[in-house]
Design a protein around this ligand. Structure first.
Ligand code: KG4
Ligand code: ZN
Length: 434
């Protein structure tokens, strides 16, 4: 904890680890068969506003999954305040890890590796988790594994699919990661079939779509804010949409033409630059946010927005699905909310299914906070059924940020002996794949 505090202090002064944002060479080490057999990975996640820790066995079985959410703290500001987030992570990381280990019914010494989110995310927030993970790795003499948060979201779904031991999803998969900070489409492949996942196998990702401006979750949060609803906006809009007419306001998305795939620089592995090209299926969500704002102004809704904001501030106990919250919205507002959601989900669907078809994906995975959305799940499932394309979502608990997904994504790296060096730093803009 002291170490974490010292580290955090440096980050706040802009004197963070010089290794920050510098790509590192992964250390390859052999993993003994007995370690693979017990396969207990402690995952730590602190990239945004959730401090989370979990113990996952063999990349499949979550023995514990503890999340300390800072939602109420940031709700006062209508968004995440980075400095407050870092401070809360510092306060929470030790008890959260302790709780995860206790709930798993193991002792820290039994853990075989420590996995931690190295990016993308808030620099100061990431550093708290990374520094504590490093201290544990050093103290316990156990390997450290750096995990990309976005890869974690994808593996939340794959882990649960394996848990249910359904027929494994066939590869390649198209993964839509749709959260507060990201809206990305990845084509995911593994050198081995998912049935062989006990043995790991290295995953390859290709970024075939991304938002050119706001993330979908960000649009939900901003629209909720401008309508005087609570933070985070997703659950509010999700719940209130059920009471409105989704066709009432015809929002239109600008068509972003599929562009030829431009090779990006993949951190931390700069070598993997030349990939085959193909079309990209991009998103844009800032236009719809502006359209909602314009609708509010031209329809003289400002006063009712302010009244709602005040009422909710006076009653922080009113939850998104409550009758009290719904009673604060007239039919015009409910119709606007339902139309916004209908348009956003429609746009996500169009790009995801077009991408899946274009790249010959054998299955679709939708993950990240927005994947908790009820209309999104219903419509993606219906369209996938129509096309005969398997689709999978995480359970609600694993849709939003958690550490079980970090430990699950670390599994293939653990089995392959792909570990992070002691110099592991935070990479706020870390990309996944090429
Ligand atoms: O994955 P996540 O927990 O954190 C990030 O990595 O960003 O995603 C948080 C985002 C927020 O923007 C929140 O409004 C959105 O997920 N969200 C939802 C729902 N629940 C959370 N969006 C739509 N419908 C929901 N039910
Ligand atoms: Zn996330």
């Amino acid at each position: 904890m002291l170490l974490a505090a010292a580290y955090f202090g440096k980050a706040m002064l802009g004197l963070a680890d010089p290794a920050m944002a510098v790509p590192y060479d992964k250390e390859m080490r052999d993993v003994s068969q007995s370690d693979k057999d017990s396969g207990l990975i402690l995952g730590i996640e602190s990239s945004c506003d959730e401090t989370a820790a979990a113990v996952v066995r063999g990349g499949t079985e979550a023995l514990s999954n503890v999340v300390a959410s800072q939602m109420n703290l940031h709700a006062n500001y209508g968004g995440v305040v980075p400095e407050l987030a870092s401070r809360e992570h510092l306060r929470n990381v030790v008890p959260v890890v302790r709780a995860a280990v206790e709930q798993a019914g193991i002792s820290l010494k039994e853990v075989d590796a420590i996995a931690v989110t190295e990016g993308p995310g808030l620099a100061g927030a990431l550093l708290v988790g990374i520094t504590y993970a490093k201290a544990l790795s050093f103290g316990l003499g156990k390997p450290l594994i750096g995990v990309n948060h976005l890869e974690g979201h994808i593996h939340a779904v794959l882990m649960e699919a394996r848990q249910r031991s359904e027929n494994p999803m066939e590869l390649p998969l198209l993964a839509l990661v749709v959260s507060g900070g990201h809206t990305h489409l990845y084509l995911a492949e593994n050198r081995q079939d998912l049935t062989e996942q006990k043995e790991g196998g290295l995953w390859r990702y290709r970024n075939v779509g991304r938002t050119v401006d706001d993330a979908a979750g960000e649009a939900y949060d901003k629209v909720a804010k401008l309508l005087g609803l609570g933070y985070p906006g997703g659950p509010w809009i999700d719940a209130l949409s059920r009471r409105g007419d989704p066709q009432a306001v015809p929002f239109r998305f600008a068509q972003i033409k599929p562009r030829p795939h431009r090779d990006g620089v993949s951190l931390p592995n700069k070598k993997a630059q030349s990939q085959p090209s193909g079309p990209s299926f991009d998103f844009s969500f800032s236009g719809i946010k502006t359209a909602v704002l314009r609708y509010v102004e031209t329809n003289q809704m400002r006063e009712s927005v302010e009244a709602r904001r005040k009422a909710l501030a006076a009653h922080p106990e009113w939850r998104p699905g409550s009758e009290e919250a719904a009673a604060l919205c007239d039919q015009k507002t409910l119709d606007l909310i339902a139309s916004f959601q209908h348009a956003v989900v429609g746009n996500l669907m169009r790009q995801a299914f077009a991408g899946a078809e274009s790249y010959g994906a054998r299955g679709l995975v939708v993950s990240g906070g927005v994947a908790a959305n009820s209309e999104l799940r219903r419509r993606f499932q219906a369209e996938a059924d129509k096309r005969g394309l398997p689709v999978a979502f995480p359970s609600l608990a694993l849709s939003t940020d958690n550490a079980a997904m970090i430990a699950a994504a670390a599994w293939s790296k653990f089995v392959s002996g792909e570990f992070a060096p002691e110099t592991l730093g935070a990479t706020p803009q870390l990309r996944l794949g090429n």
